[in-house]
Design a protein around this ligand. Sequence first.
Ligand code: GLY
Length: 289
Amino acid sequence: MKSSNFPLIISTWDFGMKANRVTWKILMSGGSSLDAVEKGINAVEKDPDVTSVGYGGIPNAEGYTELDAAIMSGPEHKAGAVAGLREIATPISVARKVMEKTNSILLVGEGAFEFALRNGFKRVDLLTGKARQKWLKWKRGKTAKKMDESHDTIGLLLLDSKRNIYAGCSTSGLAMKIPGRVGDSPIIGAGLYVDNEIGAAASTGFGEQTMMFCGSFLVVENMRRGMSPQRACEEVLRRMVSKGKEKWVGFIALNKEGEYAASSLKKEFPYAIYCKEEQIIQKSKIVKG
Ligand code: GLY
C-alpha cells in the first residue's frame, strides 16, 4: 500500500488506532514528531483495558508488572529504551528521557526506575484488578490457554511531513514471564528500527524469535536492498521458518516513499493506518509456516 500524503502513521493492533489519533492530533496542532510518537503510545500505555501494554499489563510469574519500551529518532539516528521497568505507567516517556538526557541507550530494572523517579515520573501500582485476577487464575492452574501466548506490543511508525521517520514501541511483554525476562521491544534492531534514508519497522509477537533474527533491522535492510515493505517483512518471516522458528511474530514497516505493509506468521493481526486520505484498520498478510 502507498500513501502520497504525509504525515503517515502506522501502528500495530486495533488499539493502534487510539495511538494514531493522538499522534495525528499533536502533529496537526504543530507539535513535534517525537511528542506525537510518545503521546500516541502513552494513550495505549495508560489504558487499563489493554492488558499487554503499560498500566494494567499482565504481570510476570511473581505478580509484578515489568515493562519494556523503546523510541528512535531517524533524523538524529538516536534511540532510548527501558527494560524490566516496574511501577511507572509510561515507559516510552522514560525511554525518550534516556535518549535525550543520557549517553546511554538502554536502562534496566532498578536503575531505570530510579532514573524515572529522578526525572519526575510518579510511582504507580500497575497491577489492575483485571490483571491480578488473570495472574491469580494462572497461578492456581486454572488457565487452560498458555498465558505466555499474550504479547501484543504497541509499535508505531511515523513518516512526518518533512519525510523524517520516527518509531516507538511499548509492552508488558509475555504474560507470566520469568521475572527479569526482557523481550524484543527495548532492543534496538529487534523490536524496532529506523533508518531515516530508507524506512522503519516494528515487531509484535514472540520476542525471543524476533531477537534471534534482529527482525526489525533486517526488515529495514531488506528495504535498503530494494524490497517493498511487504516483501521485506515477508522475507524475514520466511528466514525464521527456514530455520525452524515458527512462533507467532508480526511486523509493520514503511519506507521513505510512503509505502507501508504488515505481515505475520500463519495468523493475521490488525494494524492501524492514519493519514489524510484514510484512517483504517487493515489485516496483515500472512506468511505460511
Ligand atoms: N514482543 C513483545 C515481547 O515478546 O515481549
